[in-house]
Ligand binder design. Structure first.
Ligand SMILES: [Zn+2]
Length: 204
């Protein structure tokens, strides 16, 4: 499964990338192996995308950073050092307090999703799910790093990541990675078509 737009209008180019893939794939069925089902969620945070393209578009309608809301190392107040801190956002009133989180959680478990790319921007590279990363997420990250120019291992800003989607996915047996696009505007389409092919042919 591919998820875009968890950070709404702050990372609107991830939604543009998802839309490009959704447009291209019906004409390229050869890209999807027979034994694979691909789900693309184009915009996990539509309220943020609608509100603003920029920092004011990052949170959901409740002022929550949706990538701090997952039941994985969740903290109401996380250390800000090295982390995104341009606005005071919250992690939600409790783990999985937000409807966006709950809906995606149910979908991932209900569909028995095996592997996940969660797109962000910008520039920090490829992150593996789990703290420390689980072997399947590491294997997926390494396979994708081989066909991409995105930094791997990712840039270490010193941020302590809490409540993240990919960490929750890792805890639930899903191979999961974050990929950060190279800028806040480009979709790096050619590179992400290579990544898609590798993703869909990756096996445990
Ligand atoms: Zn992000």
């Amino acid at each position: 499964m591919i998820v875009a737009g968890i950070h709404g209008g702050y990372e609107w180019n991830t939604i543009t990338l998802a839309d490009q893939l959704i447009t291209i794939l019906p004409g390229r069925p050869d890209l999807i192996p027979q034994d694979v089902t691909l789900f693309i969620l184009r915009s996990l945070n539509p309220d943020g995308d609608h509100r603003a393209h920029g920092i004011y578009g990052r949170a959901n309608e409740n002022g929550v950073d949706l990538n701090r809301n997952w039941p994985a190392y969740w903290q109401a107040d996380w250390p800000q050092t090295g982390c995104w801190n341009l606005l005071p956002l919250t992690a939600g009133s409790s783990p999985a307090s937000e409807p966006e989180t709950q809906a995606l959680m149910q979908f991932l478990l209900g569909q028995h999703v095996d592997a996940l790319i969660n797109y962000h921007s910008a520039a920090l590279g490829i992150f593996s799910g789990g703290q420390p990363p689980d072997p399947a997420s590491l294997s997926l990250a390494e396979a994708i790093a081989e066909v991409s120019d995105y930094p791997y291992p990712p840039v270490d800003t010193g941020c302590q990541y809490t409540g993240q989607l990919i960490d929750w996915a890792s805890m639930n047996g899903i191979a999961a990675i974050d990929i950060e696009l190279s800028t806040h505007t480009s979709t790096d389409l050619r590179q992400n078509l290579r990544i898609l092919t590798t993703f869909l042919n990756w096996r445990r």
